[in-house]
Design a protein. Structure first.
Length: 359
């Protein structure tokens, strides 16, 4: 049985930022990563993914993103960056260690993998908010006789050449995938509400410059929001134009699926080969269920990343955990410092937070 000062579950951007923060405070954490490398979910995203934030706003604390700071890094560059970042940390990172469940162990936690149990007084769940693909229960979808995929299964458009494809979603990945697919297939973008766009540049500057200057990224308002606002599609001038020109037209979500057909709100039936769900992700925190740390929907009971049920438990990387940037490369470092400081104080948040976090 291994007993470090703290245990971090997940070695993506959130887990690495948490490890750096704990190390800076004199602790020796162990970081448990289910995958073969400390790079999180990034290698599993689609091949053409490019960040919509410039490199200067896409770095973790202590290591600038290499190259031109005003360029927009590719997915594979982010993977390489996280590899380098992990190598700079004097941390015990255990890959191929999937955490299956967590139990109380005296005043701390017993964290179980299929082969080993680790115990520590502090635990940070850093599997983030983008671990489990969200597949909404759309009417008739489970009876669709075509192909149903999630964006997590999408890599490139080649295999869809000539197909009739409906992409479901209204955020960045949905729009990016739909426009890319439209060069190879007949595509419709289906969403419950119209697409909201935000310009990539304002007054000659990337929108992230203004967000940083005005302090929007840092506003700790996540716990005040009854519902989390949707993130608009960051548009460099190509996405909205392509959709409004009809290359990947947007329609209200279909009312139901029948066999190989989707039925649109106007009653039109249409044969479809593939339904691609670009419907986002949810936190993958099932390993915390034995603790009673989750609400009935599987969401963590927390306030600003501090557990409402266990004083030594914290979270890093959740969407809107504390701010707009909480689940991003540029934001997880600030949240990691906040959580590390407060966990070390061993302050019980239970007196301030006892209701399930609103999602």
């Amino acid at each position: 049985m291994n007993s470090p000062d703290a245990i971090i579950v997940g070695a993506g951007q959130a887990g690495l930022a948490a490890a750096r923060s704990l190390l800076a405070r004199g602790l020796t954490p162990v970081v448990l990563e289910a995958g073969p490398e400390p790079v999180g979910s990034w290698p599993r995203y689609y091949d053409s993914l490019v960040l919509f934030s410039p490199a200067r706003y896409s770095a973790l604390p202590g290591l600038p993103f290499p190259g031109d700071p005003d360029r927009y890094p590719h997915r594979d560059e982010v993977v390489d960056y996280l590899r380098r970042y992990a190598a700079t940390l004097d941390a015990d990172i255990r890959t191929d260690h999937r955490v299956t469940e967590v139990h109380k162990d005296g005043g701390g936690f017993a964290v179980h993998t299929p082969t080993t149990t680790f115990t520590a007084p502090l635990l940070i769940a850093a599997t983030g908010g983008c671990s489990a693909p969200h597949r909404p229960a759309l009417p008739g979808l489970n009876t669709f006789t075509g192909q149903v995929l999630h964006a997590a299964d999408y890599r490139s458009p080649d295999r869809f050449a000539g197909q009739r494809v409906v992409v479901v979603g209204a955020r960045n990945s949905a729009v990016q995938i739909a426009v890319e697919l439209a060069r190879h297939a007949h595509v419709t973008l289906a969403s419950r509400a119209p697409i909201r766009y935000a310009p990539q540049r304002l007054l000659g500057r990337d929108v992230h410059f203004w967000s940083a200057v005005l302090g929007y990224d840092r506003l700790p308002i996540g716990h005040l929001l009854r519902t989390k606002p949707g993130i608009p599609v960051v548009d460099d001038g190509t996405y909205r134009a392509a959709i409004e020109a009809g290359r990947a037209p947007r329609r209200p979500i279909f009312t139901h699926v029948d066999g190989h057909d989707v039925v649109w709100p106007d009653g039109q039936r249409e044969h479809v080969d593939t339904i691609l769900l670009a419907t986002g992700y949810r936190p993958d925190l099932g390993y915390l269920a034995p603790l009673g740390a989750l609400d009935p929907t599987g969401a963590p009971r927390h306030s600003r990343g501090l557990s409402c049920t266990h004083p030594g438990l914290g979270y890093v990387g959740l969407e809107w955990q504390r701010s707009f940037a909480s689940a991003t490369l540029r934001g997880v470092g600030r949240d990691a410092d906040y959580i590390s400081t407060r966990l070390l104080r061993r302050t019980s948040p239970g007196t301030r937070c006892c209701a399930p976090t609103r999602r």
